[in-house]
Design a protein around this ligand. Sequence first.
Ligand code: NAD
Length: 473
Amino acid sequence: MNTAIINGQPHQAHTSFSVTNPATFQVIAEVSDCGPEEAARAIDAAAEAFTRWRRTTAYERAQLLMAWRERILADQSNLARIMTSEMGKPIKESEGEIAFSTTFLEYYAGEAKRIPGSLVPSQFANKRLMVTSEPVGIVYAVTPWNFPASMVARKVAPALAAGCCFILKPADRSPLTALRLAELWHEVGGPQGVFQVLPTSNAAALSEVMMQDARVRKLTFTGSTPVGRLLAQQSAATLKRVSLELGGHAPLVVFEDADIDLAVEGTIASKYRNAGQTCVCANRIYVHADIMSEFSRRFTQRVEQLVVGDPMERTTDIGPLVAAEAVEKAERHVEDALSLGATLTTGGNRPNRTGHYFTPTVLQGVPASALITREETFGPVAPLIPFEREADIITLANTSDYGLAAYFWTHNLDRVFRISEALEYGLIGVNDPLPSTAQGPFGGVKQSGYGREGGSWGLDEYMSTKFVSIGIK
Ligand code: NAD
């Protein structure tokens, strides 16, 4: 039994739930199924721990974050295997995700030492005006299954750097990576009650306790827009600070002056990473009509070279999708596009093997009415859509309820500014398919949520500003 981690101790709940490997359909673990009782216990422990943790120096917190980073790196291949077996990510990507996660620990270990404060000039000679930053308090974090380590690291690193205590509810499909991260935190001497992990198969029941308790001051959520909206509503009762990293539907535009080979490689990286199961992956690929046939030929050729296989093999590029519904959704998007006149240039089916697999797919001539042009596919399906005029593409790209990531390929400097200023998205990759880093702000606009992770913006989410006005003689 994989136990929860409450107040620094393994905790066995009354019941458990199973975690299944999507590549083999085998149950790989039984995990403690936490409920309201565990939620209340964790809040009590966090409240107790916070009285001490908030008083540690930034240097102590930084040292612990760096020690945790080293320990995670030493455990990288084990953590990657855990991740791959619980959610199917190809092993080389899982290893990359663990390394990426540690960049947040390193970055925020540094940021802890630069937490801002200032003395503001007063208009009175006998007053001093002091501004300080304080930790928000107890943080409740809810994370998705598609990045079981980095979605946690992006939140926990700034929260702990700021001096907050952190209670994590990981996704029920992939709780094992998070539990291992918490074990490693305690192995390097992380104080009890500062980072707790509560897996559950009933997120709503556990969350209700968290959302109703006024001691929990902050909600940080990454996941789908409907659940984010629900949690935002629930958080109103106790007026929690809220950050929401929600769904996306990224446009990727290839202009006629782009370097086609770079654009093809960039589109492969954006679309097929994690088998297309990322919030920032290209969901609509607009290619200028003048270069469409050449782009489509080279792109299809590259997609056909992607190796679909056992995610534990280093040669595998595309592993299984997370669950049967994910395969059904990819299939539905392909069938819908084909019924509306699109054509397949490759893929479009389930390969003949055990596991939730879908073959990397390219669709051409996808009409604007197709489902895939507005719903997140979360699968390895690339719809190519031609365009002719720059003005049209801005409208098309912005025609989405979401506003998380957008990409474009061009070597025209004026166009770089014109398009990046016109796109209504929080994150833009210009000739860059992977714009997410520890030091840059990551987050969306519109139905993709609010709040930022990364950089000083990510730290601000976990701090409150205090103003002290001091009269002196
Ligand atoms: P999801 O919304 O179904 O689940 C996310 C988390 O919310 C899980 O931990 C789940 O257990 C929990 N949850 C579900 N119902 C809940 C409830 N009623 N109360 C409290 N918690 C609840 O999303 P998912 O399928 O795990 O992840 C995929 C989605 O996440 C996609 O929409 C994707 O775009 C989005 N995502 C966004 C980002 C980002 O940074 N913006 C990153 C990764 C994924």
